[in-house]
Design a protein around this ligand. Structure first.
Ligand code: AMP
Length: 549
């Protein structure tokens, strides 16, 4: 670099600095957690900071070495927050385990990651018991959010913290060292591990905290409903701590009514979770329109899957703004959020223009490069050309943990191929059309299952709808819609296709409908299309009767 050098410090970007700041500058900031008996546990950043250091000291006294993995099998609450910071402070790697997976899958993930220690909620001990014989853990630490006894040989979390002297050497590390890891939900094949560096988490935290990212600020009361075992709860525990906002953690209860009670009672101003949650919330609000009141500036980030337009409209009719975030385990996870540009004033006010923007997946965060690639190469940003969404950036994974088989998700020129099919419009808004594997190929044309699902869920009688491809002798594949009707509501396949007709070409309307009690969901609440495909794999078009259209 010629004869000039930067004169700046090269202070590493390290995760523990976030809690250190909150503990010192916002010591009275509230951290509220719902426990297993539904009581509310209240603490502050001062205590979370002190206790996270005590946890780090305890882990070191058990012999934790730099880079050792510490698994967590926990709901969202204060002790999980302490683990989010205490494990990194000890020089360990936080490994959040998805408690909704089958025990055999959790065992596979614990073994693959080589977790040495585990911190587990007492109420989840029965789950641990189902796979404990298949994994090798040096020690298990049990957190009492219920009133379950600690098994012989395991360590009680509170006793463990009480033993700490309060002296902990600050972490000295390179910002590129691992700090946490998470496995993909593994809808196809074995789950794969993504290992986040301090640098990736810190930069992701800064970017998502931007007013134009998720906009969480110090005066917010943030409630991550998205589980802390699902891609860092979209980074909210980090963002809220870094910025010193109050935190509300829902613990084991995630039904609409319990969430509405917390939103109201704790005057939550920011919350985030998958669309199925917010669809449930809308339904409850319609049932009991006067039961809950909200903080005037409450806003929701919906993400993890596409949501129907009616969800945004309905939430706004109850005074709640809802925006979207898109992301993946491999992107830490947030890659884009919906921000309404100042050049689109018509989208600021309620109406079609607004919902056209809100139902898109948003603008890439700063430092996230995007491109759309199809058979003809890189596609233009015209809102029409579809192709695979590819990304690169400082919080995008460059590979999987200990991945013997290798993977084709990274291109030769260094981009991450998401497997999402998307368009990008001239304004830069990403719109996900489908997962590549969920698109329906009919007579050489592609049909978007996501678009049909969104439109079906806008029908007043429909609670949930998922559309899958069914093999077809003539057209290769044709769409089948699995629909859950609202309690007491009725709609026929013809009614539903009439509702879709103004928005879709006739050839893309579903040929068949099945009305079922529930759409199967993944461990993180998304529609589980693999399961649906399995359910209808023997579909016989001859026996299914005439086409609906
Ligand atoms: P996961 O890694 O389990 O979080 O899943 C990532 C996938 O979820 C992405 O590749 C998308 O297909 C989907 N996804 C996430 N956010 C959204 C969103 N806002 N809209 C549509 N699909 C989404």
């Amino acid at each position: 670099m010629g004869n000039i050098r930067s004169t700046m410090m090269t202070t590493p970007l390290l995760v523990p600095a976030m809690l250190e700041r909150a503990g010192r500058i916002f010591p009275t900031g509230a951290v509220v957690s719902r426990l297993a008996d539904r009581s509310l546990h209240r603490t502050t950043y001062r205590d979370v900071y002190r206790r996270a250091k005590a946890l780090a000291e305890g882990l070191q006294s058990l012999g934790l070495r730099r880079g050792d993995r510490v698994g967590t099998l926990m709901w969202n609450h204060y002790a999980h927050l302490e683990a989010y910071f205490g494990i990194p402070m000890a020089g360990g790697v936080l490994h959040t385990l998805n408690l909704r997976l089958a025990p055999a899958d959790i065992a596979y993930i614990v073994n693959h990651a080589k977790d040495r220690f585990l911190i587990v909620d007492d109420v989840l001990l029965p789950l641990l018991a189902k796979f404990r014989g298949e994994v090798k853990l040096d020690r298990v630490i049990v957190v009492g959010i219920g009133k379950e006894p600690v098994p012989a040989g395991d360590i009680a979390y509170e006793d463990f913290l009480a033993k700490a002297s309060g002296e902990l050497a600050p972490l000295v590390a390179d910002e590129n060292e691992p700090v946490s890891m998470c496995y993909t939900s593994g809808t196809t094949g074995r789950p794969k591990g993504v290992v986040y560096s301090h640098r990736a988490i810190v930069l992701h935290t800064l970017a998502t905290a931007l007013v134009d990212g998720t906009g969480i600020g110090h005066r917010d009361t943030a409630m991550p409903v998205v589980p802390m075992f699902h891609v860092n709860a979209w980074g909210i525990p980090f963002t809220a701590t870094m910025i010193g906002s109050n935190l509300v953690m829902p613990g084991p209860f995630l039904d609409a009514e319990s969430l509405l009670d917390l939103l109201d009672r704790e005057r939550v101003t920011f919350t985030a979770g998958v669309p199925t949650l917010w669809l449930g919330v809308v339904q409850k609000l319609k049932e009991f329109p006067n039961r809950w009141t909200f903080a005037p500036n409450l806003r929701i980030i919906s993400g993890g899957a596409a949501a129907p337009e009616s969800m945004y409209r309905d939430l706004e009719s109850f005074g709640v703004r809802c925006f979207q975030g898109w992301g993946m385990t491999e992107t830490t996870p947030v890659g884009s959020t919906t921000l309404i540009k100042r050049s689109m004033p018509e989208a600021d006010v309620s109406g079609d223009a607004r919902y056209q923007v809100l139902t898109k997946q948003g603008l890439p965060l700063p430092f996230i490069d995007i491109r759309i690639v199809n058979d003809t190469g890189e596609a233009p940003w015209d809102g029409v050309a579809t192709g695979e969404l590819q990304l690169r950036g400082p919080w995008v994974a460059a590979g999987y943990h200990d991945n013997q088989e290798g993977d084709d998700k990274w291109t030769a020129d260094g981009w991450f191929a998401t497997g999402d099919v998307a368009t990008v419009d001239a304004e830069g808004y990403i719109q996900i059309t489908d997962r590549a594997k969920d698109l329906i190929k009919s007579g050489g044309e592609w049909i978007s299952s996501v678009a049909l699902e969104g439109a079906l869920m806008d029908h007043p009688a429909v609670k949930e709808a998922a559309v899958i491809a069914i093999a077809h002798p003539k057209w290769q594949e044709r769409p089948l819609a699995a629909v859950v009707l609202k309690p007491g509501a009725t709609a026929t396949p013809t009614d539903l296709n009439e509702h879709l007709r103004p928005r879709f070409a006739t050839w893309s309307l579903p040929d068949a409908y099945v009305f079922i009690a529930e759409i199967p969901k993944t461990s993180v609440g998304k529609f589980q299309k693999t399961k649906l495909r399995e359910m209808y794999k023997d579909w016989d078009w001859d026996k299914a009767g005439p086409r609906v259209v």
